[in-house]
Design a protein. Structure first.
Length: 229
């Protein structure tokens, strides 16, 4: 059991590449834009609110991304897709809410709702809002992500099918060429060439005509298959 858990964690970390970090920062930028458009303009922003907002958004983005990577590995190991992503984003919502509150407490940065001296209910409300935001944005991100993965798999299958068809056509063409080459009787060809050699040595008038006829016959037999390569 412990071995399986360690393997699972290692596989998740392997998928956490620098591209995923950039994706998390893109999510942060989107969250910040939504926050500015929907909330910040309504209040007199305290000096530390920008840093508090950054901590909240970074925590949300990385928790959502980590939830997706964990769900991906669970699906690879046979877990039902809906259950895997649902449990992952729900867990990420709770974890993100707790972590952003703890990190902001350690750094001493607050929001309007939970700044020192405010009503304790405001801190709880802030955590509920953070959980709701993580869940909402996380679900939207997962839907977009799954649609992207579906399109990517479809494109991969189409490319693989086209490549296999091209290889199949090439094998057929080679088979046709090989079959046509077997139609050329080597003994008869050698005899014909020997007869042509004697005709040229004897300076017969029809030697050139007979040589052209042999060349045309060979071309007619081999040209169809070679054209298909």
């Amino acid at each position: 059991m412990m071995r399986a858990a360690l393997d699972f964690g290692r596989d998740v970390l392997r998928t956490f590449t620098w591209q995923k970090v950039l994706l998390a920062q893109l999510l942060v930028a989107m969250f910040d834009m939504f926050a500015l458009l929907l909330f910040v303009y309504q209040f007199a922003t305290p000096p530390t609110f920008v840093w508090s907002r950054l901590v909240i958004e970074e925590t949300m983005a990385f928790c959502i991304l980590l939830a997706v990577l964990i769900a991906d590995q669970a699906v690879v190991r046979g877990a039902p897709r809906f259950r895997a992503y649902s449990l992952a984003i729900l867990t990420a919502s709770v974890f993100s809410t707790v972590m952003q509150h703890q990190i902001r407490g350690w750094l001493g940065v607050y929001t309007i709702a939970d700044q020192p001296g405010s009503d304790p209910a405001g801190s709880l409300s802030q955590m509920i809002y953070a959980a709701g935001d993580t869940l909402t944005y996380g679900v939207l991100f997962i839907l977009v992500y799954l649609d992207y993965r579906r399109r990517e798999r479809l494109l991969h299958r189409v490319r693989a099918a086209e490549l296999e068809r091209a290889r199949r056509e090439q094998r057929i063409a080679h088979s046709q060429l090989a079959a046509l080459r077997t139609d050329v009787d080597a003994v008869e060809l050698l005899a014909t060439l020997d007869e042509l050699r004697r005709a040229f040595e004897d300076d017969r008038s029809d030697a050139d005509v007979r040589l052209d006829a042999v060349i045309a016959s060979l071309r007619n037999k081999l040209a169809p298959a070679e054209a298909g390569l």
